[in-house]
Design a protein. Structure first.
Lengths: 187, 251
């Protein structure tokens, strides 16, 4: 028998009561060798910065291992690597920032290689279910060109999934609706 | 492949059951992001169609951090201050399952809610209902070996909001579940039985299927209540389980 899932409901305006973690934005301790900062701004359909939202990111470490116990590609051997960042803003300027390691490419058993990427969830008031996007990296030109997921995205929208290099990491803005709308995925 | 049961991580049995992909839900399993009755969804839904993402290692793995982030009293919202909060003391408990009915053990459950008067301890909540100095309204716990969670709390009150004239939310507790994998992530709300505000709430009714709405409503379970102490509400949560068609997910 297959049971039906419990439906999603909005995170609402008051999630900051329960969801922020003191070390939420640190998927890895900040002093870890190779740690990068990924930052950006989340915009709504009017082009306004969203002051209250929850962003979570999940991905592999620099060896392609996950902070997961399954042997497929883990567990990570990097001390303190959680692989999971949670940014919970209740009254911000729309920006987020988290610290993690740049993931390595993932080689699948079939031989297909996935370009370095993070998965991200975004939750907010006004959203009855979270949306899922992916963060790729601008300096991985060759790997991005060979990535089957990016290839499945219409060429003119691919850029919305690629984080731009900055001094200490990458910048990835998210537009929920309208011109330059970020690509969101059905997982 | 080493047997995870023989490693120092042996409490995380779900690792043995990691499926190659998760069940693809039907389009109406969750409320549409574009739900005009819920006005703030207007500028907060994508207009472009979602793009199919074959599930792979990033989607079928997930953070395993339950033990690290919970404390002993985190699941009792009535004992976080010097005094007792006002209101109806209740327990809220249940099990977290996947769609095959298999319990998810050791997974993180986080909750937050209004107090008995319907007021959140949040600076944006400014309607004139009293705050309770003995109630913060946040809790967390980790499911046990059989997938059970349990909270002791105060029954939250309904409260007004600005969606439309005289709009009131039915009483609810917000739930956040990490599940075992990124693909299982769920944030939802638990409601109480026979709430007279149900017909008037665009968030509850954003779920169009009658049976699906029922799955968000807890049950009063008298025989689990503690006499002279607390009424018991029971609510089981179902996250996506293994998918049946891994071929579609292969790359």
């Amino acid at each position: 028998m297959i049971y039906a899932t419990t439906p999603s409901q909005t995170v609402g305006p008051y999630f900051a009561i329960g969801l922020p973690w003191p070390d939420g934005p640190f998927a890895v301790p900040a002093d870890t060798a190779g740690a990068i900062t990924i930052s950006g701004t989340f915009y709504d359909g009017a082009g306004d910065e969203v002051p209250d939202y929850l962003l979570e990111a999940w991905g592999a470490d620099g060896d392609g291992n996950y902070a997961d116990l399954w042997d497929y590609a883990g567990p990570s051997k990097v001390p303190g690597f959680r692989g999971f960042a949670r940014c919970a803003h209740e009254d911000g300027d729309g920006s987020y920032e988290f610290v993690t390691l740049k993931p390595a490419p993932v080689k699948l058993p079939s031989g297909v290689v996935l370009a370095p990427h993070l998965d991200a969830n975004i939750f907010a008031r006004g959203m009855l279910k979270h949306v899922v996007t992916r963060i790729y990296f601008a300096d991985e030109t060759a790997a991005n060109a060979a990535d089957p997921i990016l290839a499945s995205v219409p060429a003119e929208r691919r850029e919305t999934l690629i984080a731009k290099s900055t001094d200490n990491g990458y910048r990835f803005d998210i537009r929920l609706q309208g011109p330059g709308e970020t690509v969101f995925f059905a997982v | 492949m080493t047997d995870p049961r023989t490693t120092e991580h042996d409490i995380y049995d779900p690792v043995l059951d990691t499926p190659p992909c998760y069940y693809r839900e039907s389009a109406d399993a969750h409320p549409p992001l574009d739900s005009p009755q819920y006005k703030s969804s207007a500028l907060r839904h994508p207009k472009q169609p979602l793009i199919y993402l074959p599930q792979n290692v990033t989607e079928i793995t997930g953070p395993q951090l339950s033990v690290r982030v919970t404390g002993e009293l985190d699941n009792d919202l009535t004992r976080q201050h010097a005094g007792e909060p006002l209101g109806e003391r209740i327990t809220v408990s249940g099990r977290v399952y996947d769609t095959e009915g298999k319990p998810l053990r050791h997974t993180l459950v986080e909750v937050w809610q209004a107090n008995a008067a319907g007021r959140y301890l949040h600076r944006w909540d400014r309607w004139p209902a009293p705050l309770d100095p003995n109630f913060s309204g946040a809790g967390r716990c980790v499911t046990d070996d059989e997938g059970r969670y349990r909270f002791t709390t105060i029954k939250p009150g309904p409260y007004p909001w600005g969606n439309h004239y005289n709009a009131w939310r039915p009483a609810h507790v917000h739930f956040s579940l990490l599940g075992r994998a990124f693909a299982q992530r769920l944030v939802t709300q638990m409601y109480f039985p026979a709430d007279p505000l149900f017909p008037h709430d665009p968030i509850f009714n954003s779920v169009h299927d009658d049976a699906a709405r029922e799955r968000m409503i807890s049950r009063l379970v008298l025989h689990e209540s503690e006499p002279e102490w607390a009424l018991a509400y029971n609510w089981d949560i179902y996250l996506r389980g293994p998918g049946a068609t891994p071929f579609e997910e292969s790359l």
